[in-house]
Every structure is written in structure tokens, then in C-alpha cells.
Design a protein around this ligand. Sequence first.
Ligand code: PLP
Length: 396
Amino acid sequence: MFKINDNFRNIGESYLFSDIARKVSHYLDENPDANIIRLGIGDVTLPLCATVVDTLISASREQAHSDTFQGYGPEQGHKFLRELIVRNDYASRGVSLDYDEIFISDGAKSDIANIGDILSADNLAAITDPVYPVYLDTNIMTGRPVHMLPCNEDNDFLPKLPVSVRPDIIYLCYPNNPTGVAMTYDELGEWVDYANHIGALILFDSAYEAYISDNDVPHSIFEIEGAKTCAIEFRSYSKTAGFTGLRCGYTVVPKELMSGNVKLNDLWRRRQSTKFNGASYVVQRAAAALYTDEGQRAIRQNIDYYMANAALLKNSLTNCGLRVYGGKNAPYLWVKAPDKLGSWNFFDILLKEANVVTTPGIGFGSQGEGYMRLTAFSTHESTKDAASRIHKLFNK
Ligand code: PLP
């Protein structure tokens, strides 16, 4: 009889968003007139910008003529997009990369999950708690041992370099989902030095780099000296440009990154060529349109819109005595529950007394207990309304 991958039995069932939906629906059954505001959503709400939509249409039209039709493209992505990334996302920040160190994909999630294919199941993976669940669950699926790095108020939500264990793989996501906290050049530099010293690999998720406003926060780990010998970086157009439905992202695997005498760039190319047939041509054209002046202006406008929401929420909640983290270089706010309330109790109070839906921090790991994640992805009007309801509730 065939056997399943037994490691799947060890993944915690993710009931978080279904539990939230159930609680909200139950509340609405009993209070059908309630005006619910959702600040738990991790998806963007602003539509695609005009230049992206125009490009999607024109690239689709190319597919209607045999002389411009595109079939299978290169598995690693089209050169036109990879070269734009090298110039605009990296050279502009002083990072020199070759286009073949960039691998285009259908988004960061699949790359973050699939990178484990080229790494041994024996490696010890260090993962922050709270965490974007993909890092943890994909390691459990592989049966890879995991060491959690607690991130809480005591360490300003930044993991400490491990002392009791020596990880082989380290997952870092800054600016962070869910805490909204960012790492400075010096703080990330310590991890790069540490990884090079012990021969570990850093998997750096910079899905939220476009939200950075502080000058002392790096947009890419490759801005740190020495990172090319110890890090892989994941980027996404999802939260940057509203591509959550369109799907496009990329991964940077430097050619200097080696395990013994094996280049990880070669391994990842081999993995992608075997298991992936490339992101859609039309979508890659749309991503390329983001690097025009118009595309850049639209990205800025949308991010400014969301970050104005974040600032408003942070201000209002702080003013009524709540402890609020993040919300400066990331579209997430990490709010400490008052009076030692648990995450779900805090959730219930906000739902029932303010009609605001949030995400309980416990859903991101045990260190998230007692916290709530709010996102800045709603409209100005709803955000303002939610902020004033929460303010009224706690400003007693
Ligand atoms: N990384 C982090 C930290 C995220 O929060 C998300 C999405 O929420 C992703 C990656 C996934 O990005 P993508 O939509 O490109 O798969």
C-alpha cells in the first residue's frame, strides 16, 4: 500500500482564519445590523494601477498574433524583467548583481516553500516566533528539525543570536509580518556576520521592503557586506503593487553562495527548470511596467495611502493607552492586549464592543499570545472609523 509523507501529520491545523470567520458570522447572526470593519485582512484592497492594466491588455494582445505570440518562456524568467530588477531594485541601492542571479516566480510564498528542495532535511532551521506560518509548516512537512527564536517585548521583537544551538538555516523577515518591526543595518549585519561565521544560510524575506521609510533600515540583505556568501532573498510584487491576485515575485540567489564546492545558484536553477515552467509572460510584462515612472508613482501613492492608515491607527491606539509596535516601516501593527488579556479575549472584545475584526497574535505562534495584529490595508474611512471606535472603548 502506498504511504503518505507522515510529516504532514505533524503540521498544526490552521484554523485561525476559519475561526475568525466563524466568530464574525456568529456575531452577525445575532447582530445583523452591526457595521463590521475588518482590520485583520492581510490582502491589499487598492486595485492595480493603470499602467499595469494597460500592459496586461497590450501583452495579452501580443498573444493573439503568431509573430508576437509567446509560448513557454525561460523557467527563470524573462531577461527584460530580470535586468530591470538588477538595475532598479539593486544597482540603485549600491548592490551589484547579474541578471542570472534573479529568478522570477509566481510569488514569494512558493519560492519560500520550495527553497527547502535544495537543502538537506538534516539541517536545523531557526525560525522566529511569531512567524509567517509558511516557514514553519514547510520545514515540518520536510521533517526538518526546527528551533524557535522568541520575539517579544523583552527583545524589541528582534530575535537574539542563538547560543544553545547552531542553526544551519535561519529565516528572517524584515520588515516583519506580523509584528511590523524592522531591522536596522547594524542589527541585520550581526546576523550576516554570525551566519558567515558558523556557515549558516539566511533565507531573507523582504516582501515588505517597499514600506520602509527609515533610512537606517536596509531594503535588501545584500546591502550588508558579506551577505552574498550567506543569504538568499525573496521579494514579491504582492504588497508592493497589488499583485496578490496577479501573482509575481522573485528570488535572488547570488553566485557566490556556496555549500562546499556547490553553487546554490546552480541548484536553484536546476530545481526551477525541473519543477517550474516560468511565470506567465503577460504578468512579467505587467511587473516590468512597474519600473516606469508611472508605475513607480502609482506604487508610491498606494503605499503612502496604506501607511497613512497605519500612522492614524498607531496614533489613535497609542493615545488611548494601548502599547502598539510596528506600523512605521510595515503595513502591520502589533498591539499588546491590555490587562493581560489573551489574544482571543482581546479579539472578542474588539469584535463585540467596537465591531472591529482583527487577527489574534496567538495565530502566529506562542509568543503572539496577548497580542493582536492590525493591518493598514483597509480604506481611510474604515480605518478612521475603526481607530475612533477602539479609542473610545479603551480611553476610559
Ligand atoms: N512573505 C510574507 C512575510 C508575507 O506576509 C507574504 C504574504 O502575505 C508573502 C511572503 C507571500 O507573498 P506572495 O503573495 O508573493 O506569495
